[in-house]
Design a protein around this ligand. Structure first.
Ligand code: MN
Length: 192
């Protein structure tokens, strides 16, 4: 049985960039629905006592287990998303900023590439930042797919499902991403 994890800040803490109304649906309705659905789907199956990451890896790419994969992926992705945002978020600092600047030329160029990935994800999905071989990389996934299914541990994610921003931004996904990166991105956590 998976439990609904606590939000690490108040429901209105990310205003005005993500409204209390958006989080009350996103954290309060969408996320628990994934948790509850996953619990129902795995009850009495071989997945019932598995850690979440293992369920994701074991059901990835198996058409008969698609529903379990989708809900497990969405539970993992959202729990990671809550920690990818912070009222104290913003641009990276210190060693991480040095690394990004060395690799991409500037933080603005890195931000542009991450924003492009998030905006160009067709339909629902996620944009991700991760580190591999001492290199900061960007990837995107569609629907419930998650880097965890591909053996990657991410550093940061942006949810680009419409439910993440539609009440505040309607069709303006790019504005949501810009505000996310300017004000909410939890780089201090990444640096840790
Ligand atoms: Mn979401």
């Amino acid at each position: 049985m998976f439990e609904i994890k606590e939000l690490p800040y108040d429901m209105n803490a990310l205003e005005p960039y993500v409204s209390e109304r958006t989080l009350s649906f996103h954290y309060g309705k969408h996320y628990p629905n994934y948790v509850n659905t996953l619990n129902k789907l795995i009850e009495g199956t071989e997945y019932a006592d598995m850690p979440l990451e293992k369920i994701i890896r074991e059901t990835s790419g198996k058409p008969t287990q698609q529903a379990i994969f989708n809900n497990a992926g969405q539970v993992w992705n959202h729990e990671f998303l809550w920690r990818s945002m912070s009222p104290l978020g913003g641009a990276p600092k210190g060693k991480l900023l040095d690394k990004i600047t060395r690799q991409y030329g500037s933080y603005d160029e890195f931000k542009k590439q991450l924003k492009d990935a998030a905006v160009s994800q067709f339909g629902s999905g996620w944009a991700w930042v991760y580190e591999e071989n001492d290199t900061i990389k960007i990837m995107k996934t569609s629907n419930a797919d998650t880097p965890v299914a591909h053996g990657i541990i991410p550093l940061l994610t942006i949810d680009v499902w419409e439910h993440a921003y539609y009440l505040d931004y309607q069709n303006r996904r790019a504005d949501h991403i810009e505000n996310f990166l300017e004000h909410l991105a939890n780089w201090p956590q990444v640096a840790e």
